[in-house]
Design a protein around this ligand. Structure first.
Ligand code: NAD
Ligand code: 2YJ
Ligand code: MG
Length: 259
């Protein structure tokens, strides 16, 4: 599993502001508005305890600090515990946290300890990036391309199917492609026989996964994938509306989902 690096998280506040302005341009709503509509929950200044976790590959520089910035940006009352791990969890609860945010190398969770609701970053990220893509105001049809059908991509594809889109999907892992075809009814996309899309959702850990032949002028590419799915050159050539941000959009999706 790809881990975030401190470099990905540099100036997260600016990255969030930029993502928010693209989301507004694409959907007419800001990120909070998309979350409100998606989960039916409202902004709230809930206390969020952010617990650094040292297990496995250990603390990622900027990770907890970025979560703090993200909680404040979206109107939550976040704080990072002084201690990590079990002592940090204890500290968070003792200091009044209503929601706990913490991540090891495999799982990034939000747990609302007041109402018992719990969220996992991967499905929450897939669902919100897919939701943003699905709200493209200038989409020319109900066709959507999904690249990557793993832990983030599959739940995103499911969201698009549920919203009535005609979902074309591709994953080089034949088992994952088959799972999405049989469980979700998506149409397998054949890269050797491409067509153009105005809406693309990508969730892979690879660069340059979007072939030029699928891009239409001014299409939306909504992608949590790191590194970015498209080169700067192709982005400019097709005037692509790129929604891509390393941590905040997925995190606020988790927070709204446990309110
Ligand atoms: P995953 O390994 O479960 O799934 C990725 C899938 O992409 C795999 O099934 C793989 O076969 C497929 N893939 C690889 N190359 C491809 C290609 N050229 N075309 C189509 N599919 C291809 O990983 P995941 O947990 O779903 O995460 C996907 C990406 O999203 C990772 O880069 C992860 O770091 C990132 N992520 C970002 C955020 C965020 O907030 N921005 C949150 C969670 C995950
Ligand atoms: O607390 C810390 O600083 C670290 N233990 C954070 C680890 C963050 N984990 C990841 O980035 C993993 N990929 C799991 C989260 C999946 C969502 N990208
Ligand atoms: Mg994100």
């Amino acid at each position: 599993m790809a881990l975030l690096t401190p470099n990905d998280l540099i100036n997260i506040n600016k990255q969030l502001q930029e993502a928010d302005s693209v989301v507004k341009r694409v959907t007419g709503l800001d990120i909070k508005g998309v979350c409100q509509s998606l989960y039916g929950t409202s902004p709230s200044s809930k206390k969020v305890g952010i617990v650094p976790v040292t297990s496995g590959n250990g603390i990622i520089g900027n990770f907890s600090a970025s979560l703090h910035v993200i909680t404040q940006y979206f109107g939550f009352d976040g704080f990072v515990t002084d201690m990590p791990d079990v002592s940090g969890y204890y500290e968070a609860v003792q200091n009044g946290a209503e929601i706990i945010l913490m991540a090891d190398d495999h799982t990034f969770l939000a747990h609302n300890i007041k109402n018992g609701k719990m969220a996992n970053n991967q499905p929450c990220t897939g669902i919100i990036y897919a939701e943003i893509a699905s709200r493209y105001l200038k989409a020319d049809s109900k066709d959507v391309l999904v690249m990557g059908l793993g832990k983030v991509g599959f739940p995103g594809a499911a969201q698009l199917v549920q919203k009535g889109f005609r979902v074309y999907g591709y994953d080089p892992d034949a088992r994952l492609l088959k799972r999405a075809v049989s469980n979700l009814g998506i149409i397998p996309f054949d890269p050797a026989n491409p067509k153009k899309f105005s809406i693309i959702f990508e969730a892979t850990p690879c660069a340059n996964t979007i072939p030029e032949a699928v891009l239409s002028e001014n299409c939306v590419l909504s992608t949590p994938g790191i590194p970015c799915a498209i080169s700067e050159e192709l982005k400019n050539k097709y005037d692509v509306q790129l929604v891509a941000e390393p941590l905040g959009i997925g995190t606020v999706s988790m927070l709204y989902s446990v309110l």
